[in-house]
Design a protein around this ligand. Structure first.
Ligand SMILES: NC(=O)c1ccc[n+]([C@@H]2O[C@H](COP(=O)([O-])OP(=O)(O)OC[C@H]3O[C@@H](n4cnc5c(N)ncnc54)[C@H](OP(=O)(O)O)[C@@H]3O)[C@@H](O)[C@H]2O)c1
Length: 228
């Protein structure tokens, strides 16, 4: 089992913990496609309890994913999955993310991790995470993982370095929590500031698509931030 360093338990109002205190969260993974099935097992391997929210929780492919995830993972409907969850990963189609989020029920105080990308970026200057946040103002929306492909989520470690994921949120403790989570599953997690920064970060996705598809590098490429 990978080691949990989710010091950010401090970020969760339900828990009082000091930094470096190991903390196992309940994470609702909404959607069992490429992203849900990549990140769910990674979170579980850290010792977190994963509950998949699926339209078809009893179907064989979902049950196979539950078995592969292990560590007490379960699957249920999407609204049931978020009940009692500390964090919610929105691994759903970008064009449906707002409607699905609204259908999940009470998300107050929960950390909502949003990796969704709409097929066409929003036309105003808001990222899709800001739009989602505007519909669930009592939740703590965090933008993360959206500029890395599912293939890299499975293993962010490359021979030459680690893939970066850029984490944006207005709630600083929620941001720290997701930075810890991303780091724990192997990413170079970069604090990219408030949620409005996601708008600029999202432009990396266009660059990634050009490199992956137009330039022929394939999907298994990712950005790494160099620092001095
Ligand atoms: N794929 C990538 O490499 C990647 C990387 C970064 C970000 N993203 C973004 O992450 C999100 C998920 O991507 P993905 O590739 O995992 O998509 P996906 O494979 O299509 O999976 C999305 C999941 O959402 C659920 N879903 C689909 N339609 C739904 C509906 N009408 N109502 C409720 N739930 C529905 C389904 O889960 P159930 O069948 O279990 O209900 C489905 O498996 C997207 O917004 C995408 O832009 C993807």
């Amino acid at each position: 089992m990978k080691r949990i360093t989710l010091a950010a338990a401090v970020a969760l109002p339900l828990f009082i913990a000091t930094a470096n205190t190991a903390f196992a969260a309940k994470i609702a993974v909404i959607g069992t496609g490429n992203v849900g099935s990549a990140l769910g097992p990674e979170f579980a391997a850290l010792g977190h309890t994963v509950v998949y929210g699926s339209r078809t929780p009893t179907d064989k492919d979902v049950q196979d994913l539950v078995a592969k995830t292990g560590h007490g993972a379960t699957a249920t409907t999407q609204p049931e999955a978020v009940k009692g969850a500390d964090m919610v990963l929105l691994a759903v189609p970008g064009n449906l993310a707002v409607d699905i989020t609204k259908s999940l029920g009470d998300l107050s105080g929960k950390i909502i991790i949003d990796p969704t990308n709409a097929p066409t970026p929003p036309t105003d200057d808001r990222s899709s995470s800001q739009i989602i946040a505007s519909f669930v103002p009592t939740a703590r929306v965090v933008r993360a993982f959206n500029t890395v492909p599912a293939e890299v989520m499975l293993n962010p470690q490359f021979e030459s370095g680690r893939a970066s994921t850029f984490v944006c949120a207005d709630d600083p403790l929620a941001r720290v929590t997701v930075l810890s989570l991303a780091r724990d599953i192997g990413f170079d997690a970069v604090d990219a500031g408030p949620l409005k920064s996601a708008c600029a970060i999202d432009r990396l996705l266009a660059v990634w698509r050009v490199l992956a598809f137009d330039a022929g590098l394939g999907r298994n490429v990712a950005f790494e931030l160099l620092r001095r």
